[in-house]
Design a protein around this ligand. Sequence first.
Ligand SMILES: [Zn+2]
Length: 340
Amino acid sequence: MADINDILGNERVKEHFIAAVHHKKISHAYIIEGDKGSGKKMLAAAFSKILQCETRQKTEEERACNQCESCIQMENKDHPDVIWVSHEKAGVISVGEIREQVVNTVDIMPYKGPYKIYIIDEAEKMNVAAQNAILKTIEEPPEYAIIFLLTTNRGAFLDTILSRCILLETKPVSGKMIERYLGERYKIPEEEAEFAAGFSLGNIGKAESIILSEEFRELKDLTLDILRYIHEIESYEIADKVKEYKKYKARIDDFFDIFLMWFRDILLLKADTSPNKDIARRKIIFKNEYVSLRKQADKLKMDSIDYIINRINRARIRIKSNVNFDATLELLIVEARREF
Ligand SMILES: [Zn+2]
């Protein structure tokens, strides 16, 4: 787990936490709002590590020592006084789960640390009953309790919760920064780091998952195989290709992202009016595919590119609402082919 000073970007959130430690003004409840993968969990964990660090409590340093038992337990995600609230159903955090894991345990003193910290990820999934249950704890917390609500959407919280929490926002990190970080951390070639940084649109969690996932690599190869020849792909080939996506169902968002980025690259090339048409070439994400992209950009009309991008977004929504998987993918490929 990263140390707070090693976390990329999000300077304001880091400064807030470091100042809170310095001035000994720790709040009992924080909301950290930001996109998936923008570092919310990492920030909450890094702050918790500092707060619980045994060495720091003696030296009053503003950072964790990374050597004491507490720091090691944080590293292993098994610190007894840092509770990651879990939930069973994907779409909801129930009142029972909040009672069992938070409300009914918060009055028990911490085992060892000075604090008892609850981290609730995807906290927007707490239904109203669950929010009302945790509200009491947020209103009258024991001295040692700290609650983190991590969320992509603060709008889902009751006003009474919002008014009692410190609100912090995570922001996507710049592409160049991610690129440098990935290159240094994973010792990967520059172009691979550049691709992951561009593709993740500043989302560090996503960039790392792209680099580390063999599945993503396979999915990307499979999808690029279609995209390079999409203007001349035969109908029987489409059905065969789509079948291959079955095992990547869990990552199907990546398929749509790849598709979308491809046509965004085409849009960039098409819209480039610079004399040598080389401004867009530096901006596209699939740099290695320039020749294919250029060829398709020459063939497609602007309206057609818009239309295809629109269809990609529509297909993504349809898959989420459980419309037939194969049929949706096939239709998308057919719709794109038709525009050439
Ligand atoms: Zn420590």
